[in-house]
Design a protein around this ligand. Structure first.
Ligand SMILES: Nc1ncnc2c1ncn2[C@@H]1O[C@H](COP(=O)(O)OP(=O)(O)OP(=O)(O)O)[C@@H](O)[C@H]1O
Ligand SMILES: [Mg+2]
Length: 360
């Protein structure tokens, strides 16, 4: 196992391909564009590229969506003393800080249009100008960009410059969704347990059934969601064996375990939580489950000639309606609620698709 395997866990075919691309591109100064759904490890790719690049400088990251548009320019390009109110001294921007190293522009799709032109110039000339400064400063950076958005759609909507896109999309790396590499889940869990703070005796043990259940789940929040699930598992089942049913009932949906003993264990575990317990990633995002991403279909036509769109969407509808009815034991209004449909709409759809209410 090399450095790359320790950083990017997973030996599935799509992960091996990603690692092969990283190894290929890292030593050059080629601009890399990392795309992929949320939580798939795009930031880790930037880290990996930098580590393998052999560049002596630092990895400097800028999250373009987290920095207010009016501050982003001076953050990136720096500013001269007196360039604007509050600019008390000359300050180097991230481009200069990344000199000799790697500049990682995260969420590049959120970069304001005005700055996009400035970035394009920096990329073409390898020179920048600080805000309020009239002189060119040479910068030697290697650029890695990431986005979870569909930039092509942003170009069509006039929100992203096409010429900039061609400049940054030199070597694209697409991170696979966790659902498409579910075989990596046991290794990911093991690696996360190993790097976590809990000691061995307090760690839960996932049974084969538990792994199987997790491998069936669609993971819309990808590896981040898996990490969050593991964190819950450590709280709810410290030092215990986790079965298939535990995953389904207590970990994938947050429900308190039933037996008294378990409830007490849960109570004990959660009352010990420090109020400002550090959670590395947003636990709040667990409550609002994103939908499986439509972009899963983006590459459809690279592999197939056609798709019967109407039939496919209908099949999805039927499967979800049947699943909702099963979950509600055939109670139409409860099923309608869980589908966010009106009761009458659901009845119409059931008639149309000839779906029977399951006998309860
Ligand atoms: N292959 C992997 N091996 C180990 N950990 C991973 C892997 N992929 C992702 N992770 C972990 O999952 C979490 C999310 O990864 P990361 O922040 O890189 O995702 P992202 O693609 O940048 O997501 P977003 O689009 O939401 O910013 C991190 O805690 C990261 O360490
Ligand atoms: Mg990220």
């Amino acid at each position: 196992m090399g450095v790359l395997d320790n950083l990017l866990v997973g030996q599935s075919a799509p992960m091996r391909e990603v690692k092969r691309l990283i190894e290929l591109a890292a030593p050059s100064t080629t601009t890399i564009l990392v795309q992929g759904e949320t939580g798939t490890g795009k930031e880790l790719v930037a880290q990996a590229v930098h580590n393998l690049s052999g560049r002596k400088g630092k990895l400097v990251s800028v999250n373009c969506s987290a920095i207010p548009a009016e501050l982003l320019e001076s953050e990136l390009f720096g500013h001269e003393k007196g360039a604007f109110t509050g600019a008390e001294k000359t300050r180097a921007g991230r481009f200069e800080m990344a000199s000799g190293g790697t500049l990682f522009l995260d969420e590049i799709g959120d970069m304001p249009l005005a700055l996009q032109s400035k970035l394009l110039r920096a990329l073409e000339n390898r020179k920048i100008q600080r805000v309020g400064g009239g002189v060119d400063v040479d910068v030697d950076f290697r650029l890695v960009c990431a986005t979870h958005q569909n930039i092509e759609a942003d170009i069509e909507a006039g929100k992203f410059r096409a010429d900039l896109f061609y400049r940054i999309n030199v070597f694209p790396i697409t991170m696979p969704a966790l659902a498409s590499r579910a075989v990596d889940i046991p290794a990911l869990l093991a690696a996360m347990l190993k790097s976590g703070k809990s000691n061995h005796a307090d760690q839960p043990v996932f049974t084969e059934g538990a792994h199987a259940e997790m491998m069936r789940y669609p993971w819309p929040g990808n590896v981040r969601e898996l990490r969050n699930l593991l964190e819950r598992a450590c709280l709810l089942f410290p030092g215990r064996q986790i079965e298939q049913a535990d995953v389904r009932n207590n970990l994938l949906r947050i429900k308190v375990p039933e037996p008294v003993e378990e409830q007490e264990a849960l109570w004990a575990a959660t009352t010990n939580l420090a109020p400002e317990s550090e959670t590395p990633d947003n636990i709040s995002e667990v409550s609002e489950v994103p939908l499986p991403h439509p972009s899963h279909y983006q590459e459809w036509f690279s592999f197939f000639d056609n798709i019967d769109l109407r039939r496919h969407l209908q099949d999805v509808e039927i499967v979800l309606i049947e699943a909702a009815l099963k979950k509600s034991d055939g109670m139409i209004s409860a099923a309608a609620d869980s589908l966010k449909l009106r009761r009458t709409t659901l009845i119409e759809k059931m008639k149309k698709f000839m779906i029977e209410k399951p006998a309860n």
